[in-house]
Write a protein that binds this ligand. Structure first.
Ligand code: SAM
Length: 293
């Protein structure tokens, strides 16, 4: 059978599975299941998965995307938080892709708590629970350097933010932290009626490639602390926004000047390289001694 004609889950199958499990999709877990095979094929095609790859999927749900990924990859490791869904997935794989059961590993866990995975996945492909999409992506990129590329579906607005460049209004913490790990690009928009239940807003696809080497960069936590401080007060100048982090406005100004950045600039204008330069400069400007109490 060609890949195009392999059966995927449509509205009827999704309802049948949900009825059988006696589940009602919950908003808290961001459960909107894809009921359209063409959307699944589109996501998998955009993900650019090679046949030898092991793909990590977060939130497989009833398996809509899992089946599509399996057709493109060697193995799938799926992390699902909801016990009945995690339990049913191997059976769905056996039903719809007989012979591929052993290529699927299901892990019952909160994605934010996973720090070890079998099989060194090289790609992440997921229709993410929308309320935790950004932290989940950052957590996985931090803990699994084996992941070299991927494609995630998130709220459209979040997709725009993740892929935004410096200077734009929507550029923020997700954009800069994402850029630490590599290049994020918007890869399309998905309408509401391909889901059950249909969400109230459009979804967006974000593709990413880990194309940066940070081995010579300062500690990631230091860089991320500077990013958090700069965007916590994004209307302020960097001198003011970073004064708490630096210990004083004077030290913040010294660090920024040493990094070649105008202290009157705003954080939303800086790219990840500039934040790295600030962290590097901070290592050379001694912290002011704390006043004795
Ligand atoms: N992949 C399926 C699809 O496309 O039809 C379902 C996607 S649905 C938007 C999100 C899925 O993530 C649900 O199955 C939900 O139970 C699961 N989920 C929610 N929070 C999670 C978490 N913290 N860790 C792992 N899975 C989670």
């Amino acid at each position: 059978m060609s890949k195009e004609s392999m059966p995927l889950l449509g509205a009827t199958e999704i309802r049948r599975l949900a009825d059988e499990l006696g589940i009602r999709p919950t908003k808290t877990l961001g459960q909107n299941f894809v009921i359209d095979g063409n959307t699944i094929r589109r996501i998998v095609a955009a993900a650019n998965v090679s046949p030898e790859e092991t793909v990590l999927e977060i939130g497989p749900g009833l398996g809509s995307l899992t089946l599509g990924i399996m057709d493109a990859a060697a193995k799938v490791v799926a992390v699902e938080i909801d016990p009945p869904l995690a339990k049913r997935l191997p059976q769905t794989m056996a039903e719809f892709r007989p012979g591929r059961e052993n290529d699927l590993t299901v892990i019952l866990s909160d994605a934010m708590k996973v720090t070890e995975l079998p099989g060194e996945p090289t790609a992440l492909v997921a229709n993410l629970p929308y309320n935790v999409a950004v932290p989940v992506v950052l957590h996985l990129l931090e803990h699994f350097p084996s992941i070299r590329h991927g494609l995630v579906m998130v709220q459209d607005e979040v997709a725009d933010r993740m892929s935004a460049g410096p200077g734009s209004k929507i550029y923020g913490v997700p954009s800069v932290k994402g850029a630490w790990y590599g290049t994020m690009r918007k890869a399309g928009v998905i309408g509401m009626n391909v889901f059950w239940p249909a969400p109230k807003i459009q979804s967006g696809l974000v593709g990413f490639t880990r194309d940066t080497d940070r081995s010579d960069a300062p500690d990631r936590k230091q860089v991320f602390a500077i990013i958090d401080a700069a965007f916590a007060q994004r209307r302020k100048t960097l001198r003011a926004a970073l004064s708490g982090w630096a210990g004083s406005g004077i030290r913040a100004e010294q660090i920024l000047t040493l990094a070649g950045i105008d202290p009157k600039e705003r954080g939303e204008k800086l790219d990840i390289d500039a934040y790295i330069a600030i962290a590097r400069a901070a290592e050379q400007v001694p912290a002011e001694p704390k006043p004795e109490s």
